[in-house]
Write a protein that binds this ligand. Structure first.
Ligand code: NAP
Length: 343
């Protein structure tokens, strides 16, 4: 078993990480960190447990520590980070320098040239950028990122369609409230309402997706040359981001060819990679957040409403934002790092 730590373990994503890691076949939770205000307390006191299963007894008495290299035991090799991005920017590099391998969900450094941004089923080869990172920074450890939750929902579908010549993407999101964290939007803001702006989210979708779909030549990642335009909305669903995508393609595939390419997109033989990765609905009106977000234990992407447009294809896609889009994404990246020999 690989001994792992969770940074930001008391937060919404941190609690999801505990749910996923506690029964994991390869990882054993050995360290939990949070802010100085939580440090020194047993986890059951430090965390306001709000996840949808009881708090695992194996973590209740673990003492929460500060998020510093000195506070984390040396026999822990892999850290899952769900820190606010400003905190991640400050503490993740020293942890990687101190020898820890960090699989991070925070948005800091996602677009840095020597930091791999990875969805394992889409661009597992980009993990090789860690060699460049280690050479350039002199780190014994490593820092690897998963993308933003709305980007993760869309990018596997674009990767599946890239064989038809992906040229341009327009996307409008309908994002669940859990994506903003427990106290992110108030009930007075979101009940009976839609918020047509999520700060920084459209820009993340427009840049991260092209890095993920880019080519890694052993030294650097060249972004995909498609254009992506995004607009984002917060809607009153709890979990599950639904996205309306228009993908302009060089070729003119039929609906059946598009559905077949999506269904055939391969998964990986990693514990958290669902089979199939992309679930295609042919019936109208699906996918829906409440009905379909838990497909593949919350790690599948589902697609429906595929239809031809004058320039390509239009469809709707959905993924669970705190599983496939956050905690599950970091765990899957940890599994990839183990499989690739980085631990
Ligand atoms: P959250 O509920 O606010 O949790 C934040 C965590 O960070 C808590 O454990 C908190 O500890 C800890 N923390 C805060 N300040 C700290 C400091 N100075 N030093 C060390 N630890 C500190 O946030 P979240 O919703 O879980 O999100 C975590 C990260 O994931 C963010 O970067 C977010 O953008 C990203 N993300 C979230 C989602 C989602 O669906 N929620 C999706 C994708 C990405 P205390 O309890 O001690 O304050």
């Amino acid at each position: 078993m690989v001994r792992v730590g969770i940074l930001g373990a008391t937060g919404a994503v941190g609690q999801r990480l505990i749910q996923l890691l506690e029964p994991h076949p390869d990882f054993e939770i050995a360290a939990l960190t949070a802010s100085p205000a939580s440090a020194g307390k047993p986890y059951r006191e430090a965390a306001k447990w709000r996840a949808d299963s009881p708090i695992p007894s194996s973590v209740t008495d673990i003492e929460v520590t500060e998020t510093t290299p000195e506070a984390i035991p040396d026999d822990v090799s892999l850290l899952f980070s769900s820190l606010p991005s400003s905190v991640g920017a400050e503490v993740e590099p020293p942890l990687a320098e101190a020898g820890y391998v960090v699989s991070s969900n925070s948005s800091n450094a996602r677009m840095a040239d020597d930091v791999p941004l990875v969805i394992p089923e889409v661009n597992a080869d980009h993990v090789g950028l860690l060699e460049v990172q280690r050479d350039e920074r002199g780190w014994d450890g490593a820092l690897l990122k998963n993308p933003n939750c709305s980007t993760i929902t869309m990018v596997p579908t674009l990767a599946a369609l890239d064989g038809f010549g992906l040229e341009r993407v327009h996307v409008a999101t309908l994002q669940a409230v859990s994506g903003a964290g427990y106290s992110g939007v108030t009930s007075m803001e979101i009940i009976d309402n839609v918020l047509p702006h999520i700060g920084g989210e459209a820009e993340k979708m427009e840049t991260e997706s092209l890095k993920l779909l880019g080519e890694f030549d052993g030294a650097e990642v060249s972004p995909h040359d498609a254009e992506v335009s995004a607009t984002t909305n917060r809607v009153p669903t709890l979990d599950g981001h639904l996205e309306n995508v228009w993908a302009d393609l060089a070729e003119s595939p039929s609906v059946e060819e598009v559905q077949a390419a999506l269904e055939a997109f391969p998964n990986l033989a990693l514990p958290s990679s669902p089979d199939p990765l992309i679930h295609v609905f042919e019936e109208p009106g699906r996918p829906q957040p409440r009905l379909d977000r838990m497909l593949g234990d919350g790690m599948a992407v589902s697609v429906g409403g595929v239809r031809e447009t004058p320039d390509g294809v239009q469809y709707d896609c959905l993924a669970h934002n705190t599983l496939r889009g956050a905690a599950g994404a970091s765990v899957l990246n940890g599994e990839l790092l183990l499989d690739e020999g980085y631990l």
